[in-house]
Write a protein that binds this ligand. Sequence first.
Ligand code: ANZ
Ligand code: ZN
Length: 880
Amino acid sequence: MPSVENTAYDPQQVETAAQQYWDATRAFEVDETSDKPKYYCLSMLPYPSGALHMGHVRNYTIGDVISRYKRMTGHNVLQPMGWDAFGLPAENAAIKNNTAPAKWTYANIDHMRSQLKSLGYAIDWSREFATCTPEYYVHEQRMFTRLMRKGLAYRRNAVVNWDPVDQTVLANEQVIDGRGWRSGALVEKREIPQWFLRITDYAQELLDGLDELDGWPDSVKTMQRNWIGRSEGLEIQFDVRDADGAALDPLRVFTTRPDTVMGVSFVSIAGEHPLAQHAAKNNPALAELLAELKQGGVSEAELETQEKRGMDTGLKAIHPISGEQVPIWVANFVLMGYGTGAVMAVPGHDQRDFEFATKYGLPKKQVIALKHPKNDDERTYDPDRWQDWYGDKSREIELVNSAEFDGLDFQGAFEALAERFERKAQGQRRVNYRLRDWGVSRQRYWGCPIPVIYCGQCGAVPVPEEQLPVLLPEDVQFTGTGSPIKADPEWRKCACPECGADAERETDTFDTFMESSWYYARYTSPGAREAVDKRGNYWLPVDQYIGGIEHAILHLMYFRFFHKLLRDARMVDSNEPAKNLLCQGMVIAETFYRQNADGSKDWFNPADVDVVRDERGRITGATLRGDGQPVVIGGTEKMSKSKNNGVDPQAMVAKYGADTVRLFSMFAAPPEQSLEWNEAGVDGMARFLRRLWAMVQKHAAEGSAPVLDVAALSAEQKAIRRKTHETIGKVGDDYGRRHAFNTAIAAVMELLNVLAKFDDAGAQGRAVRQEALQAAVLLLNPITPHACHAMWQLLGHGETLLEDQPFPQVDASALVRDALTLAVQVNGKLRGTIEVAADAAREQIEALAQAEPNTAKFLEGLAIRKVIIVPGKIVNIVAG
Ligand code: ANZ
Ligand code: ZN
């Protein structure tokens, strides 16, 4: 315990003492027996890359501030932590350092755990786990086998990147300019069987659920909506003839624009479409094109931007209304995986069809016009410009050149055509989603083994539950050419669980998004025999989830999907996993470099650079400390290895203490915005803490403060109390409602500035100061808990857990001002000020204002027409 005599603030000593106290008293271990309302505060779990970075510190400090604040306001708070421990970097590191991925991962976890502990987070460490342990992944394997039995997990062929030299499948990020990152070999596309989860069965629910999520940022909900990509349209059937006029199987197209059906001048199909394959059989040029199309990229972005290519198949489609024959073309922008893999082409009104038709000289036809054209220009159809007016959704349109549908608007045409096609069995209404089923197979070693056995007789059989987990061997030689479990025939060999014949295990592992999709639920139920037990319903849904915006789409989609799977397995009751979501901004820092002769750049860490700043704090010059020579100032960027502008949290904690690092990360920016790391700012925070400490110290040295007697206070003492309680009100609101931690800190700073000028050493003066300092310590506790733990003791209390002290409450009576100062204006011009009692009546205020000497002078000879009083501020006398 810090003694009153020891005046200097020593962060290391204070932080060790507080952390020891929290550990010894198991202060942050929680269970479900509390009578307080529960609050589950969850930060996204880190990947154990080797060391914490500032992004982690920011994320976990935000979570910690909210957790401690919630505990102080009477909640039973769960704040857990774990490790997202499978994944590719461990394999890369294993190759580089010649260690097993497991060993590297566990060592990193140990190191990063001690780093996290040095930051003093109020974590229930008894719930910690690493997702690479069998105790964790056994549940994932069990869930998967159950999904297989329900038909929600299935196997089909899908394309992967194949490195022919390393004989391995590459992740997308391992393909650089079309070549393998290690071998430099040209990457090939290969189709291999892979496992998928049927997330598309939940597409509508995942979309509708977003409406419930009031506590999620709109930007994230929009990204999720777009990713799900719901489209309402029609599926329309076209009869097909070959070049000799013989009928083939009809073709179906999906369109969201049936109103343009009379503008169809050809039909486009994907290269993989069965009709394309059929036509290629006796058309070598077409066969060659189809083979080439297979090589190309598969991402949607690539498809959007690539040059349009295609070829006439020679087949004809019969227009379902006009009966006209239109050609069927293969087109490289048609995706086999979306809709039906076939598109009715309307080059008069669709951008891609327009480009395609222009390139190949296919006809374009106008079938849509503006209902109320403003001028001749708008009356004349120009296929180059149709989108200018058609794209504007506020303009009414009508169908033209469309026979009996002429004059209908979009909705009218949609309904009329849907009705007609349905009646004639030529089509039906259809909803499509852009969302694809989730491919969960990875051909990597360091992941959770997919629990499937292949039998020559029985096919793919889920591993029986009593045989789980399928263990991943950890003690392996990892060379980078292929996965150790794929290379090990002993590991693969097993008996078929159904017929007992010799069989083989699946050697693929799960996408690591699997582990991070349900970890939040596991935290609630440590040791449970199933993934979650009934403790899950006590803690879930998560009250506050905090993490990076880079997870706005995939992780958060899978996380929501898994919650629905858990619900449908009757493991949890709620529909959504997290009520509130906060996406913290990036941590950025200045960059410095020198350009080499070959154009490459050497980047220097800000810690090794001396800077000169102007009076506005902007950097105007920079030199490398090593040689004193200038370096180029590269501007602020997200902290990254590539720009060498990362600031090591560990070094900052060692230099300033955890509280200062925490304080700066919360003070420098609101949580959603970018935070620029600069050491001058960190220094400022350290000074502030030292000042507060000294103030507390000095106050405590004067002996214990007498009891506050509110009735006996002077005006000045009352003013201090008012400031104290105004601050309490502001900070509570900033923490609880606005998550504006920066302004909360600023408010406490302001209180201390006022307090610094208050040197009343009398009994009530000291009592008022005691109240103010106690409030400041409790208000700052969520942010700088170690220093506050010590200062609370300096203020005369025993060592205790501040999280169990109630958060300071506003005393409304302290806010009342006895006397108010009002400005007095005559015809809007300031002429003087008056002091009035806070409860003064209107007549009294008017009389005082007119009597104010300077005001009286200006009123001379004038008649008073009206007096306007802005309560607490201004009296304006209108006279003339
Ligand atoms: C005719 C038409 C006319 C279309 C027009 C658009 C504009 P969303 O909203 O994304 O669902 N389409 C359908 N299946 C496709 C596939 N497999 N690959 C590429 N494009 C495909 O888009 C639906 C529209 O995208 C459909 O409506 C179809 O073109 C095209 F003025 O049909 B449309
Ligand atoms: Zn079998």
